[in-house]
Design a protein around this ligand. Structure first.
Ligand code: EPS
Length: 387
């Protein structure tokens, strides 16, 4: 069965729900596997008041028994603690109280196109689902994908490369151990100097009522060659990674490997030459391709970046129009975060893990995790992959 997942839930509704189908039976899992990533997603300098209210935990209501998957759909539920403060406004059923509608769409948000498309008079009917609160569900699903990838030797990490105008120095020497302490930086940046400058930039811009975007990078290590395929457009790994990253709220760009830099180089400096040795088998000395060639993984780390726009809820709102009166007005002003690029990196890890896990499920099959691992071992043997 193909790996797939779906999420449900509004930002201030009773809770978030996710269902992951297609993981094999017998996979070992602990509650911490999920809750650790949920907690990591809540971190990061620049979050607003909401994160003091929520302590995200996933309740598993199906698909896992005594710490092992059953092969059946895994259902997860994450409570919105803030619902206690929104019970009238977000109740699934009619309430006695008069609930004011929101009529001020924010430039950059789903608000205006959403009310037009779905025929609403209340922007809240759109913004609640468009909110990045939904990414908590994705991170929970991604934690399951990471647990599936782990016995194959695949690990997925992320770090922040840019916040606003502060750019961390580029590094091409990163290994899994370099990410051990990345969450200790308040902006999840590996460079201490840049990390401090990013925190300052957030503080400075927050005082000026501004929000900030930036760039994060996800790296997956231990990925065997041949996940994804050149044979069909929708099997291509780079296409799937791009869709997965772009589907994260507020993303405006994605790149795989050296991407936009490669576009400006001559061909001789754009590719990764191929070598072979008895010890290593096939190997490359560079990874400009970001671990994907011809829509398939190459065996080198998969490297994907996401470019995030500044959050569109501004404490000094932009010009907009009241959708009821059509009069000029300032956009909705709500409690908000000023920068969520560090959290977006954690969401990026989840999405990349889900894409790789799906491709590994497609390639190795099996109803029990041991079937899938045996198929992967036979494949490694056939292609002589030694890493
Ligand atoms: C969000 C706005 C903020 C964020 C929220 C996403 O929520 P609120 O409007 O309640 O202050 O905190 O993110 C989360 C709740 C979360 O868990 O990440 C938005 O409009 O996207």
């Amino acid at each position: 069965m193909a790996l797939r997942f779906t999420t449900a839930g509004e930002s201030h509704g009773p809770g978030l729900t996710a269902v992951v189908e297609g993981l094999p039976a017998g996979l070992e899992l602990a509650p911490e596997d999920i809750d650790r990533d949920l907690a990591r997603r809540q971190l990061g300098h620049g979050r607003g008041g909401r994160m003091k209210i929520e302590t995200d935990r996933a309740e598993v209501t199906s698909g896992i028994r005594h710490g092992r998957t059953l092969g059946s759909p895994i259902a997860l539920r994450i409570q919105n603690r803030d619902y206690a403060n929104w019970e009238e406004r977000m109740n699934p059923w009619p309430v006695a109280a008069e609930v004011a509608e929101v009529h001020l769409p924010r430039p950059g948000h789903a608000d205006l196109a959403g009310v037009q498309k779905y025929g609403f008079s209340d922007v809240r009917n759109v913004l609640e689902r468009a909110s990045a609160r939904e990414t908590a569900s994705r991170v929970a699903c991604g934690a399951l994908a990471k647990a599936f990838l782990r016995p194959f030797g695949i690990s997925v990490f992320s770090h922040v490369l840019q916040i606003g105008s502060v750019v961390a120095p580029a590094r091409d020497d990163l290994a899994p151990e370099n990410f051990a302490n990345v969450d200790e930086s308040p902006v999840r940046c590996l460079d201490t100097g840049a990390s401090d400058a990013m925190v300052e930039e957030i503080n400075r811009m927050r005082k000026a009522n501004e929000s900030l975007g930036g760039v994060f990078e996800v790296r997956a290590f231990g990925v065997m060659p041949g996940l994804g395929s050149h044979v069909a457009w929708d099997e291509r790994m780079d296409g799937r990674l791009a869709q997965a990253i772009m589907s994260i709220q507020a993303m405006k760009g994605v790149s795989v490997g050296d991407a936009f830099d490669v576009a400006g180089r001559p061909g001789s400096q754009a590719h990764d030459e191929i070598f072979w040795s008895e010890d290593e088998g096939f190997y490359r000395e560079t990874n400009r391709a970001g671990g994907v060639e011809g829509g398939m993984t190459t065996g080198d780390p998969v490297i994907v970046r996401g470019a995030m726009k500044p959050l569109p809820t501004l404490t000094k709102p932009l010009r907009s129009v009241d959708i009821a009166t059509k009069e000029p007005a300032q956009a909705l002003r709500e409690r908000t975060d000023s920068c969520t690029v560090p959290a977006a990196g954690v969401v990026g890890e989840a999405m990349v893990a889900l894409v790789l896990a799906k491709a590994a499920r497609d390639k190795f099959g099996g109803d029990h995790i041991d079937d899938a691992l045996a198929a992967a071992a036979a494949y490694r043997e056939r292609i002589g992959w030694k890493r």
